[in-house]
Design a protein around this ligand. Structure first.
Ligand SMILES: *Cc1c(COP(=O)(O)O)cnc(C)c1O
Length: 398
């Protein structure tokens, strides 16, 4: 069913109804083990860590949507990412986006390091830095675009080319875009990774991770690792993710349209120092992003004066959930310095521009005008004086 648009394929795939009963919902196979009729010819399934029909339906779905040949479902986004890093061996080196998700930073910096897997953090938006960071033992270029939380844009195709020329793999964390907006395998990536907890499942009710590849060797090795590591997604959670997928296109498009409206409002507000949103033509990655994606997504970040401004705003906003995570039906306001990036040392945070005034907003399905009204009333509680150091600098000049 690859000829139809993704919007249609979200609803109509090989698992649109159950082959045995005709049920228009994938059955939840809540079984750990499967009866073997004949030990000479065991059935397709034997034990649910190795394979489960409900999980398999989700794995087929993500493979199809990412234009891959094989999909994988894991217990969380971090389980998908960590298991994929196990494709590496002692002595290997990874070049990775400097503003990756905090959990990815933690596994690479605090865990893999102990197993003799080395890394270099680079500004992936600068291809020259990527090229100069590649060493003879580099095996993987790891991209997150748009990055978290500053929404920086990496040219997937250019990095994948650089990787191929140096016999490296390219992994892309596609959580912020989902296959509805960006399909990294088509741009030359070998493996695409997701926290399905976010937009793909979309309802703040399940933690899940997905991976998809079109590289036969990667598919075989990752199948082996998924079974060896065992951090698989359960049948019930697989079903929840499958259900979330059906509405992905309309949820994401509606949220992205609202995100642009809110980003424009924030950019004009005198108490907001900076807004980061790849949908702005003035965003440095705008053209690259427009080339490789179908939309700017529903996540934006903005910078207030300081921690006190953040405290007042978050205390007085009524609509958004104030929490970690993103990509849900309800808007989520989060504070990277204390939440998603709390595991990053303050010095590393500052280097990456994750200052004490930075807030991230994941726009949900509320009416955007209500969210803007909410911002307006909450801004009234902030100290209205601009930062002294900023006096005399026009906003345009910054
Ligand atoms: C949330 C997130 C992860 C981790 O996923 P979990 O499902 O929380 O384990 C990885 N990458 C990005 C970009 C994320 O936002």
């Amino acid at each position: 069913m690859t000829d139809y648009s993704l919007q249609t394929r979200l609803l109509h795939n090989d698992h649109k109804f159950d082959k045995q009963t005709g049920a228009v919902s994938v059955p939840i196979q809540q079984a750990s083990t499967f009866h073997q009729i004949d030990f000479d010819e065991p059935g397709k399934y034997d034990y649910s860590r190795s394979g489960n029909p409900t999980r398999e339906a989700l794995e087929d779905a993500i493979a199809g949507l990412e234009n891959g040949t094989k999909g994988f479902a894991f217990a969380s986004g971090m389980a998908a990412i960590s298991t994929s890093f196990m494709l590496l061996s002692q002595g290997d080196h990874v070049v990775i986006s400097e503003d990756v998700y905090g959990g990815t930073f933690r596994i690479i910096h605090d865990v893999l390091h102990r197993f003799g897997i080395d890394h270099t953090f680079v500004d992936m938006t600068d291809l020259h830095s990527v090229a100069t960071a590649i060493r003879p033992n580099t095996k993987l270029l790891y991209i997150e675009t748009p990055s978290n939380p500053l929404l920086k844009i990496t040219d997937i195709q250019a990095v994948a080319k650089l990787a191929k020329a140096n016999d490296c793999l390219t992994f892309v964390d596609n959580t912020f875009m989902t296959p509805a907006l960006q399909q990294p395998l088509d741009l030359g990536a070998d493996l695409v990774l997701h926290s399905a907890t976010k937009f793909i499942a979309g309802h703040s009710d399940v933690v899940a991770g997905l991976a998809a590849t079109n590289n036969q060797e990667v598919a075989e090795k990752l199948s082996f690792l998924q079974n060896s590591f065992g951090s698989i997604l359960g049948a019930h959670d697989s079903w929840l993710v499958l259900r979330g997928l059906k509405t992905l296109h309309c949820r994401l498009n509606q949220s992205a349209a609202s995100a642009l409206t809110i980003a424009e409002f924030l950019a004009k507000h005198p108490l907001v120092e900076e807004v980061y949103y790849p949908g702005f033509t003035a965003h440095p990655g705008y053209f690259t992003h427009t080339y490789q994606s179908k939309g700017a997504g529903a996540v934006l970040s903005f910078r207030l004066k300081d921690e006190e401004a953040v405290r007042q705003l978050t205390k007085h906003m009524e609509i958004p959930v104030y929490a970690v995570s993103l990509g849900a039906v309800e808007s989520i306001l989060s504070y990277p310095a204390r939440m998603s990036h709390a595991s990053m040392p303050p010095e590393e945070r500052r280097k990456r521009g994750i200052t004490d005034g930075l807030l991230r907003l994941s726009v949900g399905l509320e009416n955007p005008e209500d969210l803007i009204e909410d911002f307006k009333q909450a801004f009234q509680y902030l100290d209205q004086r601009p930062k002294v150091a900023d006096w005399g600098i026009s906003r345009e000049a910054k």
